[in-house]
Design a protein around this ligand. Structure first.
Ligand code: MN
Length: 297
């Protein structure tokens, strides 16, 4: 069993929105089946400023999991779903062989703050899983008796609660908003590896280890609980799962079991023969050529 380690976010600016990428990371590509974690925002747009508008793009071999922290976005997909994604609700899109969507802030909305995660599908069945989109307006939410913190469970099971969210491998996600406690005892499954992401505040893992905003703490398999010290008002997001039995290949918006799969997905999206269609005024994003081909040609 390894020990606690931590990774820094890679920070970029996409259309005026700060994007802090925590997964994949150098040294850590996946945590359970979680293969992508972006902390986007917070960003407040001025009146008349162009807000976040993500044009038509595809996904494969993954589930996208959007967790709003502030604001709302409109999702439209190639299955014909149209849904306003709201705070404290889970929106889960399963790609299987292929799906495509647009994501945009509505007119009049000026705040954007969200976590966007991807879940890699199982190697053996990922391509044959039917594409779907589900909105879960009611997920477990409780105040812990001891620490008085507010817990929300958008995925999996935790502390005797169970989320309704569709999952294809054992994973969990918990959003914790702490009150004025100093310690928090995390309830862990020894068969899971975990990542702790600090949204706000500071966590003291041990005397030596501090975890702050936009750092991802990694807890290896084998622990059934973890006591951490926290600064007052700390907000954190815990993800975990059974380690994947393969390393997914990821490029652009595609996940796949190998490079060949990604090459085919790229071609088929760019030729318009897979991933469906949407009526949108936002336009269509072209997939860039896969990097491993670019260097060879
Ligand atoms: Mn997307």
């Amino acid at each position: 069993m390894g020990e606690f380690s931590k990774f820094q976010a890679k920070i970029r600016d996409v259309g005026g929105i700060p994007i802090k990428r925590l997964l994949p990371n150098i040294g850590k590509k996946t945590i359970g089946a979680w293969c992508f974690l972006d902390h986007a925002g917070p960003r407040e747009f001025k009146p008349n400023e162009k807000t976040m508008q993500v044009a038509h793009h595809p996904h494969s071999f993954l589930q996208t999991f959007t967790w709003m922290l502030e604001g709302e976005i409109l999702h439209k997909d190639s299955l014909g779903n149209e849904m306003v994604i709201k705070k404290n609700q889970v929106n889960l899109m399963t790609a299987g062989h292929g799906i495509s969507h647009t994501e945009q802030m509505l007119l009049g909305e000026n705040k954007f703050h969200a976590l966007q995660l991807w879940i890699a599908l199982p190697k053996e069945t990922g391509d044959s899983i039917p594409p779907s989109f589900y909105n879960y307006p009611d997920i477990p939410c409780w105040i812990d008796d001891k620490d008085k913190s507010e817990y929300r469970l958008p995925m999996g099971t935790y502390a005797g609660y169970q989320a309704p969210t569709l999952q294809y491998s054992p994973i969990v996600a918990v959003h914790i908003i702490t009150q004025d406690v100093k310690t928090l005892a995390l309830d862990l499954n020894p068969e899971f590896e975990y990542g702790i992401m600090v949204i706000k505040g500071n966590i003291f893992i041990s005397e030596k280890e501090t975890l702050t905003s936009d750092e991802l703490g990694y807890i290896p398999l084998g622990k059934s609980s973890l006591e951490i010290n926290i600064e007052q008002g700390t907000e954190l997001f815990l993800i975990g799962g059974t380690p994947l039995n393969y390393q997914p290949t990821m490029w652009w918006n595609f996940v796949g079991p190998d490079k060949k799969y990604i090459e085919k997905a790229t071609d088929e999206w760019n030729h318009g023969t897979r991933f469906g269609d949407i009526e949108t005024e936002l336009g269509r994003l072209n997939a860039p050529q896969v990097p491993w081909k670019k260097t060879k040609d």
